[in-house]
Design a protein around this ligand. Sequence first.
Ligand SMILES: [Zn+2]
Ligand SMILES: [Zn+2]
Length: 250
Amino acid sequence: MQIVIAILIGLGLTQLANLSTTVYLHRCLAHKAVQLHPALGSIFKVFLWMSTGICARQWAAVHRKHHACTDTSEDPHSPARLGWVRVQLTNAVLYRRSARDPRTTERYAKDIPVTRADRLLLNRGIIGLGLGIAILVVLLGWGPGLIAAGVHTVGYIGLGGSVNGVAHTFGRRPFDNSATNVVWLAWLTCGEGYHNNHHAAPTSARFARRWHDFDLGWWFISAASRLGLAKVRHADVDALAARASASARA
Ligand SMILES: [Zn+2]
Ligand SMILES: [Zn+2]
């Protein structure tokens, strides 16, 4: 029974980390599609530090590079060049390689400031991860704590690989770009599976196009906006995609 609870906690942590990734790192920090209340942004940032060890500024830089150089030799994780299996299985390694190159943040994260908290603590992912695992062990005990951490690690890294691998290879392409829409992946990643829509309109805070599409990240942003905790910049994929293709033709 304890093992089942540990597995459920691990899966729950993965979903919270996915929500934090899509709302804070992706839609807010990397694309500025939504502005979050500073307190909400800080909660996401600290949670990601403890649950993934990710440095927010590096994540935004690597992701912006992916959009700027999709499927070229500069793309940090292109299935068209490396094959989707390699991206699926080694996404974390590919991410790390690009994140550790100082040129990536210099070029793609100039506008994101390095705060005092970043310098002292949040840029040291290993401390965050260690703290996160220690909290799980204190709350659940050694065995279940490590099982929960293991399930979460496999889930988060695996789903991140799927967004960059599967959602550039299989699925529907309503817009003319190499990314795809994969519904089951959208369910598991709070809306990230609508990756073709996203590449067509990167500054839209909403990734889905229809009201019944499962875009939990957008539903969260919508609720936060009603509570005065978020300001949405754009949220219409079709309008933004039409504008982008009109300016590309001009
Ligand atoms: Zn992509
Ligand atoms: Zn993006």
